[in-house]
Design a protein around this ligand. Structure first.
Ligand code: TRP
Ligand code: SF4
Length: 333
């Protein structure tokens, strides 16, 4: 799916929940890819506030603040409002209307069998997500996608079941009310498994993330104390990079030849963990430096961020309203 034929550009839509500033996992797993796609397709990138609310409804104020954080992160890494539409889900109310209509034709068992539903219930035990809104999460996601008649949805593997369901809901809606929506295709993004600073999966909710806005000192402070492969008790003990949380960063951010050299050094005890971590620290600082620079510029003029969002919201709304006109006509309302 890399070639673009003549004719109207295919439409891409993806979204990110504003539960905090963007971290390295977001960059490696989604954002790097989004930047490439904006040159090829008509891309819509949404800060999905309502999806964030479905699990964080006790902290709606924080979500508001995080919209700004996410927007400034996206612009700093090079998402370009001249090329793609950057918008806030809850500023385009048509998503909610379509969500409601889709909910009419979505059988409950389809939602109850979504694997992330049960998993998240288990994982987020500190929050009560036994709610109607949470169950309907993938229905809202479907509305996000098809309201722009998106052809392609770039997501990581964890979202594949949601996309499968989105296609099923779309088919059912089209069958009942007429062929309005294309079935969205999943563009599976390879998501490198990044460890967090505690060795678990990097996640905002685990409080173990390295953020795009972290300064060189903060990055150093987070990587330096990280646990390494436990076989390397002493400098002379060989280790296994594939069992080392630190090496997950090498895989995502260090050039391949250098990675191979380090893996070899680790397995032969030729390189020490300190030296090895320094390679990652330097690579991360280098990767993030241009982002930080642009962020500093944007921070001088926060109004510009809000203006860009407002313009994106306006563009998104125009398309969403047009789709909803079609939908209402099909329903005879
Ligand atoms: N559920 C997605 C996630 O957690 C976020 C999301 C919401 C999304 N709406 C979307 C992704 C539409 C792709 C398309 O990552
Ligand atoms: Fe991990 Fe590097 Fe130490 Fe090997 S040398 S255990 S990859 S930090």
């Amino acid at each position: 799916m890399t070639e673009q034929n003549a004719g109207p550009k295919k439409v891409v839509l993806s979204g990110l929940r504003p539960t905090g500033p963007c971290h390295l996992g977001n960059l490696a797993g989604a954002l790097r890819n989004w930047i490439k796609l904006q040159d090829i397709y008509q891309c819509y990138y949404s800060i999905v506030t309502w999806h964030a609310l479905s699990s964080e409804y006790m902290k709606s104020q924080a979500i508001r603040d995080n919209v700004f954080e996410v927007a400034i992160d996206w612009l700093s890494i090079g998402l370009d409002p001249e090329k793609c539409v950057i918008f806030v889900q809850s500023e385009v109310k048509e998503h909610a209307e379509l969500h409601l209509l889709l909910s009419m034709v979505t059988p409950l068992p389809w939602l109850e069998r979504v694997p992330t539903y049960k998993e998240m219930q288990a994982e987020l035990q500190d929050r009560d997500i036994h709610t109607y809104g949470y169950l309907g999460y993938p229905v809202l996601q479907t509305a996000d996608i098809i309201i722009y008649k998106a052809d392609i949805v770039p997501v990581g593997e964890d979202q594949a079941p949601h996309l499968e369901l989105a296609r099923e809901i779309t088919r059912r809606f089209n069958r009942i009310f007429g062929p309005i929506f294309p079935e969205p295709q999943t563009l599976l993004t390879e998501v490198p498994r990044l460890a967090g600073t505690d060795g678990r999966k990097m996640s905002k909710s685990f409080n173990n993330a390295i953020y795009l806005k972290d300064s060189p000192e903060v990055i150093r402070g987070k990587i330096a104390p990280m646990i390494t492969d436990t076989r390397r008790m002493r400098r002379s003990d060989p280790g296994e990079p594939d069992d080392c949380p630190v090496f997950t960063f090498h895989k995502a951010f260090v050039p391949k030849d250098k990675q191979a050299e380090i893996a070899q050094g680790c397995r032969t005890a030729g390189i020490g963990c300190l030296e090895c971590k320094k390679v990652v620290i330097d690579a991360l600082i280098e990767t993030l430096a241009p982002f930080r620079e642009r962020r500093n510029e944007f921070e001088k003029n926060p109004q510009r961020i809000w203006d860009i969002l407002q313009e994106g919201n306006r563009k998104a709304r125009r398309v969403a309203q047009q789709t909803m006109d079609e939908v209402r006509t099909a329903l005879g309302f």
